[in-house]
Ligand binder design. Structure first.
Ligand code: AQP
Length: 343
């Protein structure tokens, strides 16, 4: 069976949204609205896998929704909602907890990174996180998921869960007269020069909401002055910019800043080096700061305007939640029959 081209992607309301979230995911949501049915979700149930103060969670949920809209997601064309409004996410995640194997979860590098040496003491939800992520995607039978490079392993797991479910329940799926490929095999959409934006303080670490240093990231709510200062203070090596992309390989900070410039200007790294190669940081950083301010500062202004009107944002999330639930229930109705639940 051909699945309709449907896109799902989610962002956690777990702190300050940053340039990595924007370039790796949110910015790429916008053009997909022209070619796909699109669902963009604030994944608040994922966020609570680590402690979130309830008022901060509510605030961050509205901030993520505001970022979607300020970046150009149209809540009439796309379904914009927060995950916890659609109970079927939790219901399907439970079924997937019983399909996926603990060994699969233990291999997830993001779990290892986030749990660190403390793996006995983190929440069970953090271990089961990829199973909920598979449910988010497969509930809508989404075939494409725009994400940053760090989510690649989780998407491979989503494919494994879909294949194992289709296989374990093959007889029941046939008995119910349903398509043998009940869940689709999802494609990750990971492309371009900005699939992994690194910290401005350390080019070997991912730019991240949870980095304790605010100087490590450009937040989407930063004003022009903060954006400029952070770029000008970004860690770099003393050498001038190289002429060839290959010469960025051993220079993570330079590679990162050139990648950010390329992504923001819709150019390749080679084109950026054709302009700046052989020049020092004194020329490149102010140009990057101007470019970042021109793109990000108006979006920050629009986000602030939206955040100041929580009633409108909550209305958008509620409306999106109702539309998402209607789609989700179709899948769950079949899943309950396939698994053997009486209702
Ligand atoms: N540094 C990054 N470069 C490119 N893409 C990135 N993403 C995250 N960081 C980068 C992408 O943003 C989307 C939402 O991510 P998330 O909310 O699920 O959070 P995360 O991947 O765990 O990363 P964060 O934002 O840095 O949060 P913490 O600090 O909590 O780990 C995803 O598509 C992700 O790939």
């Amino acid at each position: 069976m051909a699945f309709s081209p449907r896109v799902f992607s989610g962002i956690q309301p777990s702190g300050d949204l940053h340039l990595g979230n924007y370039l790796g995911a949110i910015r790429r949501f916008v053009p997909l609205q022209d070619t796909h049915e699109t669902l963009y979700c604030v994944v608040d149930m994922h966020a609570i896998t680590v402690w979130q103060e309830p008022n901060a969670l509510r605030r961050a949920t509205r901030e993520v929704a505001a970022a979607f809209i300020a970046a150009g997601v149209d809540p009439k064309r796309s379904i914009v909602f927060n995950q916890s409004q659609v109970m079927q996410h939790a219901e399907l995640a439970w079924v997937f907890n019983c399909v996926a194997r603990i060994g699969w979860m233990n291999r997830m590098t993001q779990f290892k990174d986030k749990a660190g040496k403390n793996s006995e003491n983190v929440s069970l939800g953090l271990l089961a996180y990829p199973s909920l992520m598979a449910a988010d995607i497969l509930l809508y039978k989404a075939t494409a998921v725009p994400v940053g490079d760090d989510q690649k392993q989780h998407l491979e797991l989503t494919r494994d869960i879909a294949a194992k479910f289709n296989n374990d329940y093959a007889a029941s799926i046939a008995e119910q007269g349903l398509d043998p490929d009940f869940f689709p095999i999802t494609e990750p959409l990971i492309a371009g020069p900005a699939t992994r934006i690194m910290s401005l303080r350390d080019g070997t670490k991912k730019m991240s909401k949870s980095d304790p240093s605010d100087q490590s990231r450009i937040s989407l709510l930063d004003d022009a002055d903060a954006i400029s200062k952070k770029i000008k203070k970004a860690t770099t090596d003393p050498a001038e910019l190289p002429l060839e992309v290959a010469d960025l390989k051993e220079r993570p900070e330079a590679d990162n800043l050139v990648g950010i410039y390329a992504a923001l200007s819709d150019k390749t790294k080679a084109e950026v080096l054709a302009e700046f190669g052989g020049h020092g940081w004194g020329k490149f950083k102010p140009a990057l700061a101007d470019l970042a301010v021109a793109q990000l500062a108006p979006m920050a202004g629009e986000m602030r305007r939206l955040i100041d009107d929580p009633t409108t944002i909550d209305g958008i999330l509620r409306d999106g939640g109702e539309r998402a639930a209607a789609l989700a229930e179709k899948t769950m109705h079949d899943v309950r029959r396939i698994v053997g639940f009486i209702r």
